[in-house]
Design a protein around this ligand. Structure first.
Ligand code: ATP
Ligand code: MG
Length: 332
């Protein structure tokens, strides 16, 4: 695999003095689904704008598909597709006309545009709405039209700036399917920014986590989460005071337990494979007549990774999930 994006020591300082990108370096391999995960104001859009030639960097070197950003911006523009954070659809035009117009901007042959437009409305599931004015599209439909528009000239590298922000879970997962298809079946390299942990986790083969203009961690979602070390199982006992010591002894003897600590609910067990261990714990306590009030289990998430590196959480609506209770209430 070769590098399709190579960024070294990139800095962007806005005219008011805001340092939005603070000396970042990263690369993206051809064919990769690469992500930039970070909270509001982290510098994601600024980075995309630089890489897509819309904003002039303050310092650093950038090459895209082997072209130097400073000297060969026009060559870069030919091979990239961009979906910006704000939708750019023209409400007076129909979906089909929006895509067609973009084809003309890329100086494509009219017959070719027509064929491509048909393909694209199918790809993003807008057949039924393609001849309606885009003004009347829902938010999700506008995002899908935007995506189709960015794809008209068959870019080999696609930049997506928060393609699902503000969408309902259903539309979000529809867009995820299109993106996976584009990456796998059409071999398009994708650079995606998101503030959704679940989105980065699901789609990106590799990602960088960005905060206050700096990259704080990079790797595959699995690698990054593995660094956290262990899952946690929080156990609440009906009679914690009486049973805690005995419970600790029993749990300590089980394999894969890394640590047991006293915690708010009663005790918390850290383990490599918590999912598998829960049944053993329940069985062990049950056979010694220790009654469990509830057990909750959580695996490390990218939010734990963000927490580890920044001391903060990325808080985004529904996607920071509370651990789900697996057993609750009185037993027996
Ligand atoms: N034109 C501008 N002039 C001055 N500061 C700016 C400008 N545009 C963005 N900024 C600042 O630069 C920083 C990074 O902004 P940017 O838009 O890149 O963040 P982001 O990661 O895309 O955030 P979001 O998730 O909210 O879209 C922020 O502090 C922002 O206020
Ligand atoms: Mg942004």
């Amino acid at each position: 695999m070769s590098e399709i994006i190579d960024v070294k020591n990139l800095v962007l300082i806005y005219s008011d003095g805001t340092k939005a990108v603070d000396n970042i370096s990263f690369n993206v391999q051809e064919g990769e689904f690469f992500g930039f995960l970070g909270p509001n104001g982290a510098g994601k859009s600024t980075t995309i704008k630089i890489l897509t030639t819309l904003l002039r960097k303050t310092a650093g070197t950038v090459s895209v598909a082997g072209f130097d950003l400073d000297k060969q911006a026009a060559d870069i523009r030919k091979i990239i597709g961009v979906q910006s954070q704000e939708t750019t659809v023209d409400g007076d035009l129909t979906g089909r006309e929006n895509i067609t117009l973009q084809g003309h901007f890329h100086q494509m042959d009219p017959d070719e545009i027509k064929k491509r437009v048909n393909e694209l409305v199918g790809l993003v599931g807008l057949e039924a709405a393609a001849d309606r004015r885009a003004r009347n599209y829902s938010g999700g439909m506008k995002k899908r039209l935007d995506l189709a528009t960015a794809l008209v000239h068959k870019p080999k590298l696609l930049f997506l700036d928060e393609p699902t922000t503000g969408l309902d879970p259903q539309s979000r997962s529809t867009i995820w399917s299109y993106l996976e298809k584009l990456n796998k079946e059409e071999d398009i390299t994708i650079f995606l920014t998101t503030q959704y942990l679940e989105e980065a986790d699901k789609l990106c083969k590799r990602l960088s986590i960005i905060d206050s203009g700096k990259i704080v961690a990079s790797g595959s979602p699995v690698e990054l989460k593995r660094e956290i070390g262990a899952d946690s199982i929080r156990i609440s006992l009906e009679n914690c005071q009486r049973d805690i010591n005995k419970a600790k002894e029993l749990i300590k003897s089980l394999t894969d337990v890394t640590q047991i600590i006293d915690s708010e609910e009663c005790l918390t067990v850290y383990a490599k494979n918590a999912g598998l261990l829960i049944a053993d714990i329940v069985r062990a306590l049950d056979s010694s007549d220790i009654r469990i009030a509830s057990v909750t289990f959580s695996s490390p998430s990218l939010d734990d990774v963000f927490m580890k590196h920044t001391g903060k959480r990325i808080r985004t609506e529904e996607l920071v999930k509370a651990p789900s209770p697996m057993w609750g209430g009185a037993r027996r």
